[in-house]
Design a protein. Structure first.
Length: 262
C-alpha cells in the first residue's frame, strides 16, 4: 500500500463522506494528509480514526479548520500542512461541496451565491492555493470532485448543476493551462453515493422511503456507490499511475448516467 508514498495531500471537506474516505485511502497508500474541513470536530475525529487505522502519527495526519469559500482560509490550511509535514503539497482534492436543489424562479440570491461560493469558488480557491508551488516545482495532481450533475440535468435541482458544470470547465481550463508544467488537473463525477448528503436529499422528499426506492430502481447495479469507491479513483488520479491523464473527468456511477429512461 505505497501508491502515494512520500506525497503530501490536502483534501477539503474531509470530515465525513467522500472526503473522509479519500483521506483514509490516501493515508493507507502512504501519503501525509491534511483534512481541511469547515467542522473542526468532525475533521479531528476523522483524523483520529485515520491515525488508529493506519498507525500514522500526528505529523502525517492533520486536521485544519477551513472554509473553502474564503481564499485566505484555504491558503492557511495549505501553509499549515507544508509546515507540519515539512514538504510541499503534491496533491489537492477539492471535495467540499453542498447540495442546492431549488426551483430557478423561487431561488433566493443568497442561495445562488452560497451554492457558487462553496461548489465553484471553493474549487478555485483550492487550486489557487497550491498551483503556484506545483507550477514552480513542475509536478502536481489536482482532483476536483464534480458530479454526474456536471453533464446531466434534473428539473428542480437548480443551481447545483450549473456550479458543477463549472467545475468541469475549471478542470479542463487549468489542466490545459498547466500541462506544460506537468501539473495534472482532473475531475471525478460521482453518481449517487452513500453519504449524509444523499440521506439528507431523500429525507427532504415527501416520502423518503419511496424516494430512496426510486433511486435504487434506476441504478443499473441495483445499489448506490460507496465513498470508498470514489476514493479508489482519487488514489489512481493522484498517483504516478496516471501520468498522462489530464483535463478530463472519470465518472463513478455504476453506469447510471448511461441509462436511458423516461
Ligand atoms: P457530505 O455533505 O457528506 O460532506 C461534505 C463535507 O464538506 C462536510 O464535512 C462539510 O462540512 C464540508 N463542507 C461543506 N462546506 C464546506 C466549506 N465551505 N468549507 C470546507 N468544508 C465544507 O458530502 P459528500 O461526501 O456526499 O460530497 C462530497 C462531494 O461529492 C461534494 O462536492 C458533492 O457535491 C460531491 N458529490 C456527492 C455525491 C453523493 O451522492 N454523495 C454525488 C455527486 C457528487 P459540514 O459538515 O460542516 O457541513
Amino acid at each position: 500500500m505505497t501508491r502515494l508514498a512520500g506525497k503530501a495531500a490536502l483534501i477539503t471537506g474531509a470530515g465525513r463522506g467522500i472526503g473522509a474516505a479519500i483521506a483514509l485511502a490516501f493515508a493507507r497508500e502512504g501519503a501525509a494528509v491534511v483534512l481541511a474541513e469547515l467542522d473542526l470536530d468532525s475533521a479531528q475525529q476523522t483524523a483520529e480514526r485515520i491515525r488508529s487505522q493506519t498507525g500514522k502519527g500526528g505529523a502525517r495526519v492533520l486536521a485544519v479548520q477551513t472554509d473553502v469559500t474564503q481564499s485566505a482560509s484555504v491558503q492557511h490550511a495549505a501553509s499549515e500542512a507544508e509546515r507540519t509535514f515539512g514538504q510541499p503539497l503534491d496533491v489537492l482534492v477539492n471535495n467540499a461541496g453542498i447540495n442546492m436543489f431549488r426551483d430557478p424562479l423561487t431561488l433566493t440570491d443568497d442561495d445562488w451565491r452560497r451554492c457558487f461560493a462553496v461548489d465553484l469558488d471553493g474549487v478555485w480557491n483550492g487550486c489557487r492555493a497550491v498551483l503556484p508551488g506545483m507550477v514552480e516545482r513542475g509536478a502536481g495532481s489536482i482532483v476536483n470532485i464534480a458530479s454526474t450533475h456536471s453533464f446531466k440535468i434534473i428539473p428542480g435541482c437548480f443551481p447545483y448543476p450549473v456550479a458543477k458544470h463549472g467545475v468541469i470547465g475549471l478542470t479542463r481550463a487549468l489542466g490545459i493551462e498547466y500541462a506544460p508544467r506537468n501539473v495534472r488537473v482532473n475531475a471525478i463525477a460521482p453518481g449517487y453515493i452513500e453519504t449524509q448528503l444523499t440521506h439528507d436529499w431523500w429525507n427532504e422528499q415527501a416520502d423518503p422511503a419511496a424516494a430512496q426506492q426510486a433511486t435504487l430502481d434506476l441504478q443499473p447495479m441495483k445499489r448506490i456507490g460507496r465513498p470508498e469507491e470514489v476514493a479508489m479513483t482519487a488514489v489512481f488520479l493522484a498517483s504516478d499511475e496516471a501520468p498522462f491523464i489530464n483535463a478530463t473527468c472519470i465518472t463513478v456511477d455504476g453506469g447510471r448516467s448511461a441509462l436511458y429512461h423516461d
